[in-house]
Design a protein around this ligand. Structure first.
Ligand SMILES: [Zn+2]
Length: 444
């Protein structure tokens, strides 16, 4: 079946489609610049502190100066692509005492840049990083907190992805997003998720980048190829009825965020086979948080992309030397070639999803006490075909698929429903595909 798409590519005379890969994605990888990322991380670190409660008046220090600079960079990118980015601040007032880390009223300000899709302008794939930083005391908003890795790297990655992807046009909209208030209680993500609800955005997924620049772990492991994709198992918004259905039909490890994680894992393995994406089956690190969570809370697919080997002496620390250990989140500890790689991981996934048709809304599965599993799905406007995926119940990845063409039902002869998990993805004429949809209904 792998050969079918190859043939399809040839028949459609889509020059860029070679087999199952799109050469444009290799160009995107090559165009991401470690040098530009280094410049941006350096500029961000040099604002002294970007603490959410820090100075907003100064032009050189504090989060106000930082966000104005980020906006000006997005504006500059827009001016070089015929104003292809809609750049704006999204803000919410957070009142003193909202939690113990909000010691005064503060305007939590995010910076967003939308690259509007040509065919599905109201469908959005989001890449986020954080603007804010902190030191040892989360409420200290005056000490130097360069936040070079946490999280100038994620922010710089989103800006660099915008520079490279703004040279292309996409069918779906892409959002490059700088969030604030992360260290004070995930306020920026909460505010932006609420904004998208108010404006009835359809969210394909959120790729939150938080610390994508450290390659030397506190345990001594060094790797510039490993990285983690954190995803929660099922949405926290699921109903009691859905929870009950999972018990009988499965889906414990197949929520929408997990499908997004698998998509990123697969795209990375296909286009950047030298990388080692590690899917972690949990919302985030043990007991710790990140800005994808407020989007998950709103019912959206969202994952965290992160270095695999953290160094705790270099995050959330006052800059100092103690017992011969240099503490602090400073520029010297960031590996910019590694940030470039993880930025490329984001960029190819943004592009692939933004070029793909929407996923089928409903996928039904049948075949109870029968020799073959059957699937039916809702037709997707803009899709030219569909893939049925399946895998052993213990496998983390969609290991098997068949391309079934432009149909809305299919029987997998001799594949017994009990022994596998199944899903369906929509494919566009350009070969790009939607995330896989796990069946959300059963038929007999
Ligand atoms: Zn942090």
């Amino acid at each position: 079946m792998k050969h079918f798409l190859f043939l399809l590519g040839a028949l459609c005379s889509t020059a860029t489609l070679v087999g199952q890969t799109d050469t444009q994605l290799y160009d995107i990888i090559n165009n991401i610049s470690a040098k530009r990322i280094q410049n941006d991380v350096t500029t961000l670190a040099n604002f002294g502190t970007r603490h959410t409660l820090s100075d907003t008046i100064s032009e050189t220090r504090g989060i106000g100066a930082a966000r104005r600079w980020i906006k000006s960079e997005f504006d500059k990118i827009a001016s070089e692509c015929n104003n292809c980015l809609e750049v704006f601040y999204q803000k919410d007032l957070v009142k003193k005492g909202e939690n113990s880390r909000i010691t005064k009223d503060v305007m939590v300000v995010n910076v967003a840049a939308i690259q509007r899709g040509t065919k599905y302008p109201n469908r959005f794939i989001i890449m986020s990083g954080d603007i804010d930083s902190r030191v040892s005391d989360p409420n200290d908003y005056t000490s130097d907190a360069p936040g070079a890795n946490d999280n100038a790297t994620g922010m710089a990655g989103a800006m660099e992805a915008a520079r490279v992807l703004s040279k292309y046009q996409f069918e779906n909209s892409i959002v490059y997003l700088g969030l604030s208030g992360e260290e004070q209680g995930l306020f920026g993500g909460k505010g932006f998720a609420a904004y998208t609800k108010e404006h009835n955005w359809e969210i394909i997924g959120v790729m939150n980048n938080d610390m994508i620049g450290n390659i030397t772990g506190v345990d001594g492991v060094v790797s510039n190829r490993d990285f983690r994709i954190f995803s929660e198992p099922v949405p926290p918004t699921e109903t009691e009825e859905q929870r009950r259905a999972r018990r009988f039909y499965g889906g414990e490890v197949d929520g929408i965020s997990r499908q997004l994680a698998r998509y990123i894992h697969k795209t990375t393995k296909t286009y950047m086979p030298e990388m080692n994406p590690i899917m972690v089956y949990r919302l985030d690190r043990f007991g710790r948080g990140g800005h994808h969570r407020p989007f998950n809370d709103a019912g959206y697919a969202g994952i965290r992309i992160m270095e695999a080997h953290e160094n705790y002496t270099q995050q959330h620390q006052d800059i100092r030397t103690e017992n011969g250990i240099a503490y602090g989140d400073v520029l010297e500890h960031v590996d910019f070639e590694y940030v470039k790689k993880l930025t490329a991981v984001n960029a190819i996934n943004l592009a692939a999803m933004a070029w793909a048709p929407p996923a089928p809304k409903t996928v039904e599965i049948g075949g109870i006490v029968e020799p073959s599993a059957k699937l039916k799905w809702s037709k997707v406007e803009g899709a030219t075909g569909y893939k049925i995926y399946w895998r052993a119940t213990t496998s983390p990845t969609w290991d098997h698929y068949t391309y079934v063409g432009n149909k809305t039902e299919f029987t997998l002869d001799g594949i017994v429903i009990d022994n596998f998990f199944f899903g369906v993805a929509a494919i566009g004429a350009n070969g790009h595909e939607s995330p896989v949809v796990f069946p959300n209904a059963v038929f007999r």
